[in-house]
Ligand binder design. Structure first.
Ligand code: ADP
Length: 293
């Protein structure tokens, strides 16, 4: 079982002729409202891969769409606390070239109390693996609690900021990083050096580094495995990393061979990038296994 203590965002997406400038008011020609947040996307990915997923987090009265999306994907939402404050949300401008520009408001994602965390970890043996990103507050306490409970801790330090260094990273069993997060943690941009640096600091951790179109690298504590990205026509790379992480987690829980895990996760995220959107574009396991590229 997987416990994802993660962010839940309502994404408000506006089509604009160009990004709004200082002092300017522009009209939007279309608006979409979507469920998002790295936490939600990763729960959906792990659930579509076929894992039993519990999502812990917090929403406000405007967060019904988020809970509904998780439930529709078979994710358990018993540990999502309703608070009297706005849910995490983003305001996204999309221009005619498909470029975007985003404001994120943490809202209830940043209001996770220690009593809530104690309840999640104390009330039940709700997971074997904890997934955590960097969009909820009290991350250090969450990692500590998961470790005390004997869970495997998988950290995706995304989006990267300096606060990551204050987390008890020595308690992390799996680092899942893209190049930016890897460079942030290791202080170097070279993928080999990122692996070496993280390994030298946290020798018992396993490391998955995703490199966009250049594929992925996984150090499982013994060997380094590499996987090229599948050549597809990318339409929207949003959610690629979240899909990879969900399927990687599936492979770990199911005890698949490392190379097989990378192949499966790459195939799944290649499908995601061929579709527009985030959570909605994540394929399920059947689709991934049917894909022949
Ligand atoms: P993130 O979304 O966190 O930045 P990456 O960009 O590293 O993560 O992408 C994660 C994985 O998704 C890559 O390792 C690769 O397997 C796959 N992927 C990303 N972009 C593409 C692409 N343009 N074509 C095919 N696969 C891709």
């Amino acid at each position: 079982k997987v416990l994802n203590f993660g962010s839940l965002n309502v994404d408000y997406v506006y089509d604009v002729p160009h990004f709004v400038c200082a002092g300017e008011t522009i009209a939007s020609s279309g608006r979409g409202i979507y469920s998002g947040g790295k936490g939600l996307n990763q729960s959906v990915a792990a659930a579509r891969a076929g894992l039993p997923v519990y999502h812990a987090g917090s929403v406000g009265p405007d967060g019904g769409i988020l809970v509904d999306t998780l439930r529709q994907n078979g994710v358990n939402t018993d540990f999502i606390k309703l608070q009297d404050a706005p849910s995490g949300h983003t305001v996204i401008q999309v221009d005619p070239n498909g470029q975007n520009c985003i404001i994120v408001f943490g809202g209830t994602n940043r209001m996770i109390g220690k009593d809530h965390i104690d309840g999640v970890f104390g009330g039940c043996a709700c997971g074997d693996i904890l997934l955590l990103q960097n969009e909820v507050n009290n991350g250090a306490y969450i990692i500590q609690k998961a470790h005390e409970t004997g869970m495997t801790v998988m950290l995706n330090p995304s989006p990267f900021d300096e606060e990551i260094r204050n987390l008890p990273l020595d308690l992390v069993d799996y680092f899942v990083l893209n190049e930016i997060e890897g460079a942030g943690i290791a202080g170097t941009e070279d993928p080999e050096k990122i692996l070496e640096t993280i390994f030298s600091r946290y020798p018992s951790a396993q490391i998955l580094l995703t490199l966009g179109m250049l594929g992925s690298v996984y150090y499982d504590g013994n060997c380094v495995y590499r996987q090229a990205a599948f050549p597809v026509e990318a339409v929207d790379t949003t959610g690629a990393g979240d899909t990879f992480l969900g399927y990687f987690t599936y492979g770990i829980v199911k005890g698949l061979e490392p190379q097989e895990i990378l192949r499966l996760a790459s195939r799944a995220s290649a499908i995601t990038v061929t579709r527009k959107g985030a959570a909605g574009s994540i394929p399920n396991l059947e689709e991934v296994l049917r894909e022949t590229f």
